[in-house]
Ligand binder design. Structure first.
Ligand code: ADP
Ligand code: MG
Length: 347
């Protein structure tokens, strides 16, 4: 990831059109050795197309794909040192788990004891050592996912591409697999490029992420930077949720021109009539909605012609939390936030 080492993946002016559809538009990106990198964006934003161009399954309309410092734009998929894990796993149903994992080694001519040893290691790594003789049809979704991972890692690629690999799993299993993926990536130390439309997943897993919108990258950075300093209105709304103070309200609410975002958890809810502290901006308004969700409560406030969401952590004694949740629609209320919590946006 440092400037001195050669990036494992470098995309330069990458573009792909399908007829009149611009799927990927002028993407520039560098991904370092050993990084866990996520491409995050809504469905149709071009993530899979970028991944397929890196793998060599799709030819760019223009631009280049540079892998390990070598321009491989014209190199066929089977010659590239990358493996792909697809959302639907694409396991061979008639082969056992062991045979599925061994397949990539077999076509590369790795035989005998070496192959057996490496298949064993890969299955141990995903904790499937006991299930080598089963067929994919006899496994759960999570286990099939692990077989796909073992199969991709057994050939020791320099780069592992993962296209929404956890998309078919239910939430609990998904969260468990996220932790396992992170541990496996630490263990093998190779570059992971992970595609997802789920912002929580991207923030949880990656060292850095790129936020895609309509075939372009809107922002690249570590999760905390992208979340705390969203550059654009799209990023502010797609990565977490944000209140946006539009240009028309900025002068009145913020005291200067511009468009601003502010995170719901940065807004403090005060009793009506209470004044903000030094360094804070404040507004008075009325309660529009109170949504209790266990650990937090979301309070929607109408103020200065805006609807602002504030998230309050329910970390007080149960009676106090109950009192706070007793707010009703139309109750007068005040909100306040630190000037530094406002993020100016490029619109
Ligand atoms: P994502 O993975 O972010 O959901 P995709 O890369 O799959 O997005 O798709 C980006 C855009 O390109 C979409 O508008 C999609 O319909 C279009 N597209 C992708 N593949 C093809 C194809 N083979 N033929 C025509 N259009 C395609
Ligand atoms: Mg996709």
């Amino acid at each position: 990831m440092s400037a001195v080492s050669t990036p494992q993946i470098e995309l330069k002016g990458l573009r792909k059109t399908f007829g009149r559809v611009i799927a990927v538009d002028a993407v520039d990106l560098e991904i370092g050795d050993g990084e866990f990198f996520a491409m995050l964006g809504p469905s149709g934003s071009g993530k899979t197309t970028v991944l397929r161009m890196i793998a060599g399954f799709e030819r760019p309309t223009s631009g280049s794909v540079i892998l390990g410092g070598v321009d491989e734009t014209e190199v066929p998929a089977f010659r590239r040192d990358v493996s792909t894990v697809f959302q639907d796993y694409a396991l061979f149903p008639h082969m056992t788990v062991g045979q599925n994992v061994a397949y990539g080694l077999k076509v590369r001519g790795v035989g005998g004891a070496e192959r057996t040893r490496r298949v064993g290691e890969a299955l141990e790594m995903v904790r499937l050592g006991d299930l080598a003789a089963r067929k994919p049809g006899e496994l759960s979704g999570g286990q099939r996912q692990r077989v796909a991972l073992a199969r991709a890692l057994v050939t020791r690629p320099r780069v592992l591409l993962l296209d929404e690999p956890l998309g078919a799993l239910d939430l609990k299993l998904r969260e468990q697999m996220q932790l396992e993926l992170k541990a496996i990536q630490r263990e093998v130390g190779i570059t992971f490029l992970f595609v997802t439309h789920d912002q929580d997943e991207a923030l949880t897993l990656c060292d850095r992420l790129a936020v895609f919108n309509a075939g372009r990258i809107e922002q690249v950075g570590p999760p905390s930077e992208v979340y705390e300093y969203p550059a654009t209105r799209f990023v502010a709304g797609f990565v977490g949720s944000s209140n946006v103070i539009p240009a028309a309200s900025a002068q009145a609410v913020v005291g200067r021109p511009g468009t601003f975002a502010i995170r719901p958890e940065k807004i403090r809810v005060l009793a009506a009539g209470a004044t903000p502290s030094a360094g804070e901006l404040g507004l008075t308004g009325t309660v529009d909605e109170v949504v209790y969700s266990g650990a937090t409560t979301r309070i929607v406030v109408d103020a200065a012609g805006l609807q602002l969401s504030a998230t309050v952590l329910n970390d007080e004694a149960p009676d106090d939390v109950a009192a706070a949740s007793a707010l009703r629609r139309g109750d007068p209320i005040a909100v306040a936030w630190h000037e530094s919590a406002l993020r100016p946006l490029e619109v």
